[in-house]
Design a protein around this ligand. Structure first.
Ligand SMILES: Cc1cc2nc3c(=O)[nH]c(=O)nc-3n(C[C@H](O)[C@H](O)[C@H](O)COP(=O)(O)O)c2cc1C
Length: 208
């Protein structure tokens, strides 16, 4: 008896497109954006890094065609930076046409304090995603550094669930971004890209 060949899955063959829309005033959050890019690229995804304070029409078009958009910003005064908020308001054009409906979304932030009210920035990102009808992908990691046997070098050392949260001493440059936070951001990139692939394959299967 011959076993029939499995149906070809064209959806699985097409790598997802992940865009990282981010701002960084002093370069710390840029290090994390690069880590998200590396994590997503590891899975074979096509990745676009977009600096929201320099965004061009071509880059808006890249966001429009992405399967997933990862939002990233430092936490300034307990929320995303002013430059990120300018970008968020500019997305209202996309909101009006539902252009980003059913894309995936996720987020990361960095601040000077261990807490620094970073959760509020991640919540802002998730509400922005919800306003667009996007599907939020959380970090998907247990919290690290929470017992006598744990360490500050653990993945998700700051214990965020909604997205990736990092801390960098304010008197250090971009090379001061913590390795564990970089690894956590890479994890987020891999997770978003993997989920985007699952979502695209599922959508193709439903349409078939
Ligand atoms: C205007 C301003 C506001 C800030 N507000 C906060 C804050 O609310 N919480 C915090 O922990 N750090 C705060 N910081 C520190 C930054 O989050 C920190 O320096 C971060 O690493 C900057 O990231 P970037 O280099 O990507 O801009 C603030 C810094 C600035 C310049």
């Amino acid at each position: 008896m011959t076993t029939p060949a499995p149906a070809a899955s064209s959806a699985a063959a097409v790598p997802p497109v992940v865009a990282i829309a981010h701002h960084s005033g002093f370069g710390h959050t840029s290090v994390l954006a690069e880590a998200v890019r590396e994590g997503a690229a590891d899975t074979g995804a096509t990745v676009h890094l977009v600096k929201v304070d320099e965004i061009t029409e071509e880059q808006w078009a890249l966001l429009d065609t992405a399967d997933a958009i990862v939002f990233g910003s430092p936490t300034y005064m307990g929320t995303a930076s002013g430059a990120f908020h300018v970008f968020a308001e500019a997305t209202s054009k996309r909101w009006a046409t539902r252009a980003w409906q059913d894309k995936l979304a996720a987020g990361f932030t960095n601040s000077g304090s261990k807490s620094g009210d970073k959760l509020h920035t991640l919540q802002f990102f998730s509400v922005l995603a919800a306003q667009h009808g996007m599907h939020w992908i959380n970090l998907g990691l247990p919290s690290g550094w929470h017992s006598t046997t744990a360490s500050e070098n653990d993945l998700n050392r700051l214990g965020f669930y909604l997205g990736a949260g990092a801390q960098t001493d304010t008197d250090r440059g971009p090379d001061g971004v913590h390795e564990a936070d970089i690894a956590t951001a890479e994890h987020l990139g891999r997770r978003v890209a993997a989920q985007a692939a699952v979502y695209a394959a599922g959508r193709a299967a439903v349409a078939a």
